[in-house]
Design a protein around this ligand. Structure first.
Ligand SMILES: [Mn+2]
Length: 257
């Protein structure tokens, strides 16, 4: 029997501030993730990632957990988010994950599906996109990575404070994906379905299903499971690993085989 494919995003792992979420992630990696055909992590795995040389205590166990999953025969792929876009080859070597471009189309049991973190679809948030474009420049990245680790950590901390303050002044709609940007991305990649995170608004949109949005992790986890028979389940993962199905939909227009 073909195994299900799992998608997660926005864990915002922070071993110091939120150890319980890290514990739940470990339990997930040792438990439900082991049944998967493939695990896709669609960005913001870390609350913040300031460079692959970050050896803060706590990260290592997360890398070990991921590499144990991969060693057990479950490939894991990672698309970086706006919190961990500096994850590079050091991250992939330490975790065993494959790094994918944002966006990346995949064949999901016969359905062409576009995977993305999702923040590039929030085109109404001009300020955020300006920052992303700036930070994506190779020379800007190199200059930031050349600074001492403690300095980068302090800068990231300051940016987070500013971002929290900023969000309070932004209308809700600005921070959601733009429907036109979603349609354009689907058309560009000739995809039927999109799966993304970032907005922390877990839902299955469209009939037939067109867009699946992953939830963020806190006390509970959130995952999207696509079974080989073509059913997508949006699942809340409780701390005791109990799974609560929040929404279900069939894969859209699956090619007959
Ligand atoms: Mn994000």
């Amino acid at each position: 029997m073909t195994r299900p494919t799992l998608f997660i995003a926005d864990l915002h792992l922070d071993p110091e501030a939120r150890p319980a979420t890290v514990e739940l992630f470990h339990a997930f990696l040792r438990g439900p993730a082991r049944e998967a055909k493939h695990l896709y992590i669609l960005g913001d795995l870390f609350e913040v990632w300031v460079g692959d040389d970050d050896d803060s205590p706590g990260w290592e166990s997360i890398f070990t957990g991921l590499s144990e999953l991969v060693a057990a025969g479950v490939p894991a792929s990672f698309i970086s988010g706006n919190r961990d876009f500096l994850a590079g080859t050091g991250f992939t070597e330490r975790s065993g994950c494959t790094l994918l471009a944002d966006p990346t189309p995949i064949d999901l049991y016969g359905v062409r599906t576009l995977l993305t973190h999702g923040d590039h679809l929030c085109i109404d948030d001009v300020e955020h996109l300006r920052f992303r474009a700036h930070a994506a420049q190779p020379e800007v990245r190199a200059a930031f990575l050349a600074r001492p680790l403690p300095e980068r950590q302090a800068e990231a901390q300051a940016m987070r404070q500013r971002s929290i303050a900023n969000k309070q002044n932004k209308p809700e709609a600005i921070m959601d994906v733009n429907p036109g940007a979603v349609q354009a991305a689907l058309a560009d990649h000739e995809a039927r379905l999109m799966i993304h995170g970032h907005t922390h608004r877990p839902a299955l949109h469209g009939e037939p299903l067109e867009r699946a949005v992953l939830g963020d992790w806190g006390e509970c986890g959130s995952l999207l499971r696509c079974s080989a028979d073509g059913t997508l389940d949006l699942v809340r993962l409780h701390p005791d690993l109990r799974e609560e199905v929040m929404a279900s939909a069939p894969l859209p227009g699956r090619a007959q085989r």
